[in-house]
Design a protein around this ligand. Structure first.
Ligand code: AKG
Ligand code: FE2
Length: 261
């Protein structure tokens, strides 16, 4: 079996971590407001408008409601969509309407903010709009609801399952996200409505994770400020590698079935 899945964890359940100690204010680095010097990491605070955020929250809450009674993975929802073309020539992503709308909106919002190479990682059909969709590509979206004390173990999104280009949208509450590689570590404050893009080194070489605690130290003008967490919802968008959407495929490590990352 391949062993290129999570560096720190191969189990789905173990990725979500909940704080067992409310007194963790002293731990963790102060989260910066500006992105660390990691090649391939792009940070777009306020990319999403409040109206988009509100629309998404109400769509997500009605389709994928948060269960406050659990600290496990019940608050995670995975969607898979394989692009296909109908007999009448109509195109479908295989994803629900709200997800298509979000992808489309992100494409417009990111236009001019990303270089063409990075844009084409996420929106490869741009150059071939008039030709057939690429039937073998499948997108995956994950919706994660985090209760304030929850985090996610540092990980690299499964290299054998997902392609280059991971897009993370933060909704509802900010959070400090850690990025680490060997002994290098940076912490970035992700405010609600922000988008982080990981490609190249940032996607393949750096772990990202969220410490399980009730709040975060954030670098503010007047010095570090403790920001208590609220419930956060994130939407992660990425492509499955060819064949990785086939259940039972020999190319996929059984151990990573069900893993989120
Ligand atoms: O909540 C987030 O923004 C991160 C989620 C994540 O890392 C993942 O789904 O692989
Ligand atoms: Fe991830």
């Amino acid at each position: 079996m391949v062993n290129d899945s999570l560096r720190h964890s191969t189990s789905h359940d173990s990725l979500f971590s909940a704080s067992s100690d409310d007194g963790q204010q002293a731990s963790g680095k102060v989260a910066a407001l500006t992105p660390p010097p990691i090649s391939g990491l792009l940070f777009l605070p306020d990319l999403l408008s409040s109206a988009t955020e509100q629309r998404l929250i109400s769509q997500l809450d009605s389709c994928y409601p948060l269960d406050r009674s659990t600290a496990d993975t019940s608050n995670q929802f995975m969607l898979f969509g394989r692009a296909k073309e109908g007999h009448d020539g109509s195109a479908s992503s295989g994803l629900p309407g709200w997800a298509d709308e979000l992808v489309c909106e992100l494409e417009c919002l990111l236009e001019g903010k990303l270089d063409e190479k990075t844009m084409s990682l996420f929106f490869p059909l741009r150059s071939q709009r008039s030709s057939a969709l690429q039937p073998c590509r499948s997108r995956q979206l994950i919706i994660n609801h985090y209760l304030p004390s929850q985090g996610i173990t540092p990980h690299i999104d499964l290299p054998a399952r997902f392609g280059d280009g991971i897009l993370l949208c933060s909704l509802r509450s900010g959070i400090a996200m850690d990025f680490q590689r060997k002994d290098e570590k940076f912490t970035l404050w992700l405010p609600p409505r922000s988008v982080v893009i990981l490609s190249g080194e940032a996607r393949w070489d750096w772990e990202h994770g969220i410490a399980a605690r009730e709040g975060d130290w954030v670098a503010c003008d007047e010095g570090p400020e403790w920001v208590a967490r609220q419930t956060r919802t994130s939407v992660t968008i990425r492509w499955l590698l060819p064949g990785a959407d086939v259940v039972g495929s020999m190319e996929i490590d059984d151990d990573d079935e069900g893993s989120i990352a």
